[in-house]
Ligand binder design. Structure first.
Ligand code: TTP
Ligand code: MN
Ligand code: MN
Ligand code: MN
Length: 397
């Protein structure tokens, strides 16, 4: 029991990008609850409510210790009426009735399962649910037309649902590094996304690729993709080209959250370390077998391989995002692809509201002074923007 006089109120800055955040979260019970409500709102096409819950969760995540009493929250930013109600409920009863009923709702469960399929967004999932499809089995037998991404997503559902480990991310980095080094020597590749933030697992692996000489990166993605594909490393890929120059982004326009870099959304076929070992053993065993019995070898080997394929995981599917940026936009691309999504959103909001600037994954503009320059490459503005971004990073990450 804590008396009000003992309670020290917490204090955090208003924008998520102004806070120092570590992976250490002292309020995971509260932030898990608010994140679930955020997820439910996002899946229900209520983005505004989703952001409100995400902001509230981010504030609690930044606190130096566990909240024990609601009065500690007095004066904290981003805690709306609804979020506070949920927090109070949990502090008082251990759980929130709203969170529990959301978790248990058939609709939420169906939305989670269906949007867990790569290529399926909230809109598609909602349409399927209205047509009576709530799970993968119902989807498979429904005769719904699936696009290529969704087919691959359904096929590799179990693998993609499994979190990616740092070891797996490193293995993928090795593959991408080899591919990049062979199709464009001198190109540089950075692991971005959650792994760059120090997370120990991720839902995918994100890479940003550039070349120190402006323009050399043009045409890299198709070469990279075909190198990987020809070695059987891709289960799925879809490349979209760079459309920055034809885009309408720029000063005076709200910067789009979707960037225009050439990118490839893919599913990698990653050999598991066990599979690699088994392959070596097999090679040895089969070598011995063929000496003993030349006749029946092919039949036995075929059966053996079938059995093995059925009983062992030789590889797993991993979602990978590849992005190529010209070096003049690299700093912004790196900042934009490091995330988290809320951090990026808040950084852009801060830049706009507090500094009168527009930040995107391509550039930083002063809304009052600057016209976008598409002709010249590394202008004075780019240099200024680069330095500003680096200062941002040093101060905030
Ligand atoms: P994600 O890979 O979606 O998220 P994450 O890496 O932070 O988390 P997870 O471990 O679940 O994978 O996106 C990585 C960052 O890339 C994200 O902070 C925002 C940015 N991004 C863009 O800039 N443009 C895009 O179109 C997408 C999808 C992401
Ligand atoms: Mn509300
Ligand atoms: Mn990621
Ligand atoms: Mn990603």
């Amino acid at each position: 029991v804590v008396s009000d006089s003992e309670v020290i109120p917490f204090s955090v800055p208003g924008y998520a990008c102004q806070r120092r955040t570590t992976l250490e979260n002292h309020n995971s019970v509260l932030t898990d609850a608010l994140s679930l409500l955020a997820e439910n709102a996002e899946l229900s096409d209520e983005d505004g409510r989703g952001v409100a819950f995400r902001r509230a969760a981010a504030v609690l995540k930044a606190l130096p210790s566990a909240v024990t009493h609601v009065s500690q929250l007095t004066g904290l930013p981003c805690l709306g009426e609804h979020s506070l109600r949920v927090i109070k409920d949990i502090l008082k009863n251990g759980t929130s009735s709203e969170v529990e009923s959301t978790k248990a709702s058939e609709r939420f469960k169906a939305l989670k399962v269906l949007t867990g399929i790569f290529g399926v967004g909230a809109k598609t999932a909602d349409r399927w649910i209205r047509e009576g499809i709530h799970n993968l089995q119902q989807l498979r037998s429904s005769g719904q037309t699936l696009n290529r991404a969704q087919q691959a997503g359904l096929e590799h559902y179990a693998d993609i649902r499994q979190p990616v480990s740092t070891a797996e991310a490193e293995a993928i980095r090795g593959l991408v590094e080899r591919a990049v080094a062979s199709v464009l020597p001198g190109a540089q590749i950075v692991l971005t996304g959650g792994f760059r933030r120090g997370k120990l697992t991720g839902h995918d692996v994100d890479f940003l690729i550039t070349h120190p000489e402006e323009g050399r990166e043009v045409g890299l993605m198709p070469k990279l993709v075909s190198w990987l594909d020809s070695r059987g490393l891709l289960l799925y890929q879809k490349t979209s080209r760079n459309s920055y120059l034809e885009s309408q982004d720029g000063p005076g326009r709200p910067p789009s959250n979707i960037d225009r870099f050439e990118r490839c959304l893919s599913i990698f076929k990653l050999s598991t370390p066990e599979a690699a070992k088994t392959d070596l053993q097999d090679a040895a065993e089969n070598g011995v077998q063929s000496e003993e019995d030349g006749e029946s070898q092919s039949g036995e080997l075929g059966q053996h391989l079938q059995r093995k394929a059925a009983s062992e995981r030789r590889w797993r599917a991993v979602r990978v995002d590849l992005v190529v940026s010209p070096v003049s936009q690299f700093a912004f691309a790196l900042l934009g692809w490091t995330g988290s999504k809320l951090f990026e959103r808040e950084l852009r909001r801060w830049a706009g509201h507090e500094r009168g600037m527009s930040l995107s994954s391509h550039a930083l503009y002063d809304n009052k002074q600057v016209k976008r320059c598409t002709e010249c490459r590394l202008t004075r503005l780019d240099k200024l923007a680069y330095l500003t971004t680096i200062t941002f990073l040093k101060a905030n990450l």
